[in-house]
Design a protein around this ligand. Structure first.
Ligand code: PBG
Length: 330
């Protein structure tokens, strides 16, 4: 049989497979989400997200140092706030004494080279557990925007490099951009959670922060998982309003949406490999049903292949360790 085109030739050895490899995921493309809790000497594991912890600020510094040595450059920090500090308007989010803001400052003082991303939304600070102000079961858009702006400026003041609005209110990117600029933070970046779905995969994250909605759900502001074309509207608005990156969240069940954004927008595209996606793999691996060290990099590579330039993932540290050990080759 004459067979001039034999795809298997490009798979015949490790050297040739590396030549033919179309995508590579570098540790510098990963962002490591980490949970923070007030106090000292605390490292408490999130039960629904094994291998991930709530760190007190002192322990966080050690953890960041270790990660920097593994080549991780960027950290997305989330605060677990004591219930007694929560209110309807999330006012602790920009309070002078906010431990999260102090922790960001401490990290930047100790490791100026660490790129710090923050989260902007009311939910960890809200007595209602929603991303915006709630009135009679409705999430109020315009009333929420000034709070998001204040929170963003407070985080920029603390030293945040990238502000991450995850709240899905309309018009928030423009409002935040203007507030940052007015306060002199023209170089503070915004990574917009542009296309964020009302997903069931955020469960372990809400456990970690005890931030689940006290009533109702987030469908009035987060996107319907059935929709793809609508993502173009969200992304377009955020680009116009000044976002520096566009994020799709979750990632694994939304690879088509990542691809769609990559095709249509000339900004860096981020994907958030959310807590529930990671928890599924941890659970399967713990049961011996999947090989973690093979499935985990495959999952992350799929997001990169779909079009994600950067990936927020709880696997970041393990991925970096595997690279260091020579188990993942670029
Ligand atoms: C809060 C926020 C959420 C996540 C990031 N920021 C949860 C939510 O919207 O309920 C989820 C991250 C994850 O599941 O890993 N605005």
């Amino acid at each position: 049989m004459f067979q001039p085109r034999r795809p298997r030739r490009n798979r015949q050895s490790e050297a040739i497979r590396a030549h033919a490899q179309e995508t590579r995921l570098h540790v510098s493309q990963l962002i490591y989400p980490m949970f923070l809790v007030d106090g000292k000497n605390i490292k408490s594991e999130v039960s629904s997200l094994p291998n991930n912890f709530r760190f007190s600020p002192d322990v966080l510094l050690q953890e960041i140092e270790e990660c920097l040595n593994l080549g991780i450059t960027t950290f997305d920090l989330f605060p677990a706030v004591d219930e007694s500090l929560k209110d309807k308007y999330g006012s602790y989010s920009y309070a002078e004494e906010n431990f999260y803001l102090h922790a960001i400052r401490a990290v930047k003082e100790r490791f100026p080279e660490a790129c710090i991303m923050t989260d902007v939304a009311l939910d960890p600070y809200s007595s209602d557990g929603h991303d915006g102000v709630v009135e009679n079961g409705i999430i109020l858009n315009e009333e929420t925007l000034p709070i998001l702006a204040k929170m963003s400026v407070a985080q920029a003041q603390a030293g945040a490099d990238i502000i991450g609005p995850s709240d899905m209110m309309d018009g928030r990117i423009g409002v935040i951009r203007r507030a940052l600029d007015d306060a002199g933070f023209i170089n503070t970046s915004i990574m917009s959670y542009a296309v964020k779905y009302a997903s069931a995969f955020y469960g372990p994250f809400r456990d970690a922060l005890n931030s689940a909605p006290k009533s109702g759900d987030k469908k009035g502001y987060q996107m319907n998982p059935a929709n793809r074309r609508e993502a173009l509207i969200e992304a377009e608005l955020d680009m116009q309003e000044g976002a520096d990156y566009l994020m799709v969240k979750p990632a694994l069940a939304y690879l088509d949406v990542i691809h769609e954004l990559k095709q249509n927008f000339p900004l860096p595209i981020a994907a958030y490999n959310v807590s529930g996606e990671c928890a599924m793999l941890y659970a399967a691996a713990q049961n011996g049903w999947l090989d973690y060290e093979r499935a985990m990099p495959e999952m992350l590579l799929s997001m990169h292949r779909a079009g994600a330039d950067v990936i927020l993932t709880y696997f970041a540290k393990d991925y970096a360790k595997m690279v260091k050990a020579g188990k993942i080759k670029y």
